[in-house]
Ligand binder design. Structure first.
Ligand code: ZN
Length: 550
């Protein structure tokens, strides 16, 4: 019986998943060695979906990178986030982005370096026209690397539709080159009882059940559920995002996610779809992700109002059709639940403009910015000696889709220079992050995209700069400094040799500022004066100057 059920399910899900992901034109491999992936399309990241495929590069940088098709180089960039990168616009309607490269090829490499010296900045943006750098399928366009926000040598390859700008999964083009016989694995299921409307095993809070589920799950009222699940592939130990998740109740499909496309605008909606690593099987009103579909009249929420067993089934599937099926039972059992207490708390409705006002705090949230209506657990933490009060808008930060204007009053102006003040977001562990801000009439003003805990702090400490093994610089050909900025963030930096600008790279993962010495510009084996200054967002400037043989 169970076997027949499985067969029916496979029939139900196969056609759609394939028709959406079938490539219309071919691309070739970006490398001349076997392809293995360390990350797939749409993997969950904290504030975005992973937009491309991460290809392993055999543990090293400097692999020859080949164009995957016919087209032209449409953008050449050097950025702190993605390092050296190229956009290639292909004739078949797609544009590829190659990120974290170590080097460009000639004559692009020379042009980028010229630009860095001319504009006196390491970051580069060049937009060539369609005839400047045509590329053929299989032509070398760069060397792979580990630059930018990268934690090991790999190639990040994005594919987007040139016309719509939508990021799409590139794996359908490379499926035949990569083996995958592993089905996704469901780790745990989370229940989200609706506030004042639902309850699970006597509790009104979120509850997770690790698989295999032992014992009975008893619920009543309106609930949502979600899954924590990962996919796997042959010959790697990495884990990946799950392509298709489907939820059935009593054999009727309620929800389906097919992770195959999203726009830049949609990417932040990951905050609405997911709760930590859990993918919800229901949609909040502000969640407009096209990858998600619900098939009941409650956007995937479920009303349990009969005293009986409900048969739940999760079906997880990857792009290769590897499928896993997880049936479990939820028992309908009446349980009393409490009504939320609205006294002294803010209740915000997402289809209205919301203005919050407390002594020393103002917050204006544009209409539609919230993903759902929300009752805040707001509180003011008074500390009369501090620069400002600390405002908890909610104990667990609630993300918003667009920015709201936040004003926090400065009660004790302990430093005269108003540039030294900043609004700090206080995390769960007490860790603060700077949100910058401007001083205006006794208030600090900034923009926020979440309802968390905020206060005003002061930063008068300049970034600390330390040279790393300067005696080695002559041999390694690399000048390396390490920067420590405790309170706020690095806003700008500038390095010179003998008073002339040189393009130092700021490596954001390690907070090192590095210049690989160009022997055509800097004479080898003689003493030079190296200088580096780093400024933080409050305008505090740190400086180092040293004489060293290069
Ligand atoms: Zn990546």
């Amino acid at each position: 019986m169970k076997y027949i059920f499985v067969i029916i399910l496979l029939f139900l899900f196969t056609p759609l998943a394939y028709s959406q992901t079938k490539p219309s034109t071919a691309f070739v491999s970006p490398f001349d060695f076997p392809l293995l992936m360390s990350g797939n399309f749409g993997e969950l990241r904290t504030d975005h979906f992973h937009s491309g495929l991460d290809f392993k590069t055999q543990g090293i940088s400097g692999k020859k990178l080949f164009s995957i098709g016919e087209g032209y180089i449409s953008r050449i960039l050097v950025t702190h986030g993605s390092g050296y990168m190229l956009h290639v616009r292909y004739n078949n309607g797609y544009t590829a982005i190659y990120r974290h490269l170590s080097r460009f090829v000639s004559p692009i490499a020379e042009r980028v370096e010229d630009d860095q010296y001319k504009n006196e900045t390491w970051e580069v943006l060049i937009i060539p026209d369609s005839i400047e750098y045509p590329v053929h399928s299989g032509q070398q366009i760069a060397w792979s690397g580990n630059t930018g926000y990268s934690f090991g040598p790999h190639l990040h390859l994005d594919l987007f539709e040139t016309e719509s700008g939508d990021y799409v999964d590139a794996l359908p083009f490379y499926k035949h080159l990569i083996e995958d016989t592993c089905a996704p694995v469901l780790q745990s299921i989370m229940f989200f009882p609706r506030s004042g409307k639902g309850i699970v095993n006597g509790k009104e809070e979120r509850q997770a059940f690790t698989l295999p589920i032992t014992g009975c799950i008893e619920t009543w009222g309106v609930i949502g559920i979600g899954v924590k699940a990962y996919d796997y592939m042959d010959e790697t130990t990495n884990r990946y995002g799950v392509h298709t998740v489907s939820l059935l109740i009593d054999n009727k499909e309620i929800f389906r996610s097919v992770v195959d496309r999203f726009s830049t605008e949609e990417s932040r909606m990951i905050y609405s779809w997911t709760y930590h690593s859990y993918m919800k099987s229901f949609m909040e009103p502000g969640n407009k992700l096209r990858m998600l579909q619900t098939f009941n009249d409650q956007n995937g929420l479920i009303t349990i109002d009969e005293e009986r067993d409900y048969q739940f089934t999760y079906v997880l599937k990857d792009l290769y059709g590897n499928t896993s099926i997880y049936p479990f039972t939820v028992r309908g059992k009446p349980q009393p639940f409490t009504q939320p207490d609205y006294k002294n708390k803010f209740y915000l409705e997402r289809d209205k403009m919301n203005s919050l006002s407390e002594p020393g705090l103002e917050l204006h949230i544009p209409k539609g910015s919230l993903y759902d209506n929300v009752l805040l657990n707001n509180e003011i933490l008074l500390d009369s000696g501090a620069v400002s009060f600390t405002y908890q808008l909610n104990d667990e930060p609630i993300p918003m889709h667009t920015y709201g204007d936040l004003y926090v009053g400065v009660r004790n102006k302990i430093v005269a220079d108003s540039a030294k003040y900043y609004i700090a977001r206080i995390g769960k562990n007490g860790k603060t992050t700077s949100l910058g801000g401007k001083y205006e009439n006794g208030f600090m003003k900034t923009q926020v995209r979440e309802l968390g805990t905020f206060t005003v702090r002061v930063d008068t400490v300049p970034p600390q700069i330390k040279e790393i093994n300067p005696r080695q610089w002559k041999n390694t050909g690399k000048i390396i400094f390490k920067v420590e900025e405790k309170e706020t963030d690095i806003a700008a930096y500038r390095g010179t040799i003998d008073g002339k600008y040189v393009p130092f790279a700021w490596e954001i993962v390690t907070n090192r500022i590095v210049y690989p010495v160009n022997p055509h510009k800097i004479k080898k084996g003689v003493k030079h004066t190296v200088e580096l200054s780093v400024t933080d967002t409050c305008g505090n400037k740190g400086k180092i100057m040293m004489d060293v043989i290069l």
